[in-house]
Design a protein. Structure first.
Length: 120
């Protein structure tokens, strides 16, 4: 898959142990034109990263669930991936993405715009 800068070809991996938050964020991102993969664990995230070349990973796992380890492993598996260590900020990410979709003249939402606004 080409490493596209636009949403229709951009793959986003959501790693969050809360299925409700993960599902809400997935729906928002899919509505913005992204292809989304979801997982709730480090091992599933590693498996997904081995099979698909994601452009962006939003990792929100508590330290005890291996959040830091997941970030390191995904970076090792896909050195070119953009990773947002989103531990504890998924609700803020949902609000941020919703605001970008509402205010952005670009359709679909660019991967760079998404990344820049989420990594802060």
């Amino acid at each position: 898959m080409p490493n596209s800068k636009t949403a229709p070809e951009a793959l986003v991996l959501l790693v969050n142990e809360d299925p409700a938050l993960r599902g809400a964020l997935a729906k928002i991102l899919e509505g913005a034109g992204y292809v989304v993969g979801e997982t709730g664990s480090v091992s599933d995230a590693q498996d997904a990263a081995r099979h698909l070349r994601f452009d962006l990973a939003l990792v929100d796992l508590a330290a005890e669930a291996g959040g830091e380890d997941a970030v390191r492993r995904i970076r090792r598996e896909i050195p070119e991936i953009k990773i947002v260590d989103a531990r504890g900020v998924t609700r803020r990410a949902i609000d941020t993405i919703t605001g970008l979709i509402e205010s952005s003249p670009q359709t679909p939402l660019s991967l760079e715009l998404l990344y820049e606004n989420l990594r802060d």
